[in-house]
Design a protein around this ligand. Sequence first.
Ligand code: AMP
Length: 615
Amino acid sequence: MPEAPKNIPEYDCCGGSVKIYDKNRKALQFIEEVTSNADEVQKQVLSEILSRSANVEYLQRYGLDGRTDRETFKKVVPVVTYEDLKPDIDRIANGDSSPILCSKPISEFLTSSGTSDGERKLMPTIEEELQRRSLLYSLLMPVMNQFVPGLDKGKGMYFLFIKSEAKTPGGLVARPVLTSYYKSSHFTDRPHDDPYTNYTSPNETILCPEPYQSMYSQLLCGLYQNTKVIRVGAVFASGFIRAIKFLEKHWHLLCNDIRTGTIDPIVTDPTVREAVMKFLEPNPKLADFVEAECGKDSWRGIIIRLWPNTKYIDVIVTGTMSQYIPTLDYYSNGLPLVCTMYASSECYFGLNLNPLSEPSEVSYTLIPTMCYYEFLPVNRKHGFTGSFSKPVSLEEKENQDLVDLVDVQLGQEYELVVTTYAGLYRYRVGDILRVAGFKNKAPQFNFVCRKNVVLSIDSDKTDEVELQNAVKNAANHLMSFDATLNEYTSYADTSTIPGHYVLYWEISLSGETSIPPSIFEDCCLTVEESLNSVYRQGRVQDKSIGPLEIKIVESGTFDKLMDYALSQGASINQYKAPRCVKYAPIIKLLNLRVVANYFSPKCPKWVPGHKQWCT
Ligand code: AMP
């Protein structure tokens, strides 16, 4: 297998400057080699995973018997979903440290934003996976450097955050993958003189567990170093926009700090204060400049006005995040939006080799050393068009339908299935990808969508079944008024920041008493209480999702919606009211018929970790 480039930068003999050129060359060479030999690498990856895992209970259960060849593996090991693995994962979470899924010790659980039974999925991981993730990160800037030179001459202003962590009953830490990465030495002890990981935010501000203080201090540091910033970003577009909105609210305080060289007392974390105060000095000129820009009526182009040397915005705008592209364009006056990588809690997958491509054209090249990939062709039978059915395990024959990395067909859509070093075998990730091209022998994929997800604002992913249950629970409040919910649909409204879920309800009232607003507010809250923990965390802790809104529409609105669909060619026999709407004319049709609207009066309940764990 081609050797991965070392993450440690090399130094020249005369004074310690990083040999960027050499490092970049090695990274690009690595990509060339692994993509040219994609099939051989994949074969080796599978064989390595299976030979290491020969003794694990899960594979023994299926009688793999230590065999490591693809044919036997595909024949005997089933394609599975999280639900299939849940009993094994629960055992690990409860403290069984025998080799159930992986021969190496499970170091922690990564809590995915995908949910099961309303709780985050728990992805087992092992220590060495951190190296694999670091490897993928180390390839990003060498690729970027080919398109935007001079990136070693300035800093990146990235808004990065950690989230709360919990312990499973068996004592393993459970936290999101990025929290795990930012807290690891791979991130905190990165070489000071690597210009590609030179950020405006000191580590302490990123590792601050309190979201307000973390955001405030990161913005202060970013503003203070404004002329040094040559790239800006966050993981997802929603996070970056949240930072700009935060600035809109708090620029007076931030300017005051820049003017006086202090940090507002609201930031109480001593490590953050110390890290920021180390370099903060009074700068009245900069404070005047920021004040003048932020005080203008329009915030159009605010990013390039405040950070004038910015060359691009590094955020994911593929998938549901594409809804934020117009807002980013507004704030940046159309700076390039760069989506660099495609990753998940299960495994990091690939990177964008053409980072300046338009968001709609972005494709990710899956790196063959990361895991063993298989692809389930998407067709009506395995459909993902928002049906109510939960994904089910495949029948034996269908197990054979999966194709290998190098065998996917241009233009065809597939669901991604992975076998990882950390103990997932033929696991359905739930993402739908479309083959857009090839880099040597390795395919490049457009991200099409996440299966079944109907609503998403930030990292929340609400599917139709969850929405249906939540609406059903809420509609119970109407019963004592002899009212029934006839039809509903939903919409992820990102015109407000933070965005929020909107439900359109058409109700019929047979009783005499009109329904007081407080009842509809209770309905809003009940929907929120019934949604999964990622949604509720977004509402409570991250404040990345605004209060849920119910809009009551006049009677007959859903008939109008049907008329509209039929006029657009829908078949009357097959017509069902959509449970989520995205198309502007339909949203307009609904909004024109709104007779009242109500918001959730408070945040739903949320605690870190699964509700059944003591935290
Ligand atoms: P999580 O399990 O919370 O880490 O979320 C991983 C999921 O986020 C993936 O399975 C995708 O659905 C989504 N995701 C990650 N990277 C991208 C990307 N570059 N574009 C679109 N969606 C992405």
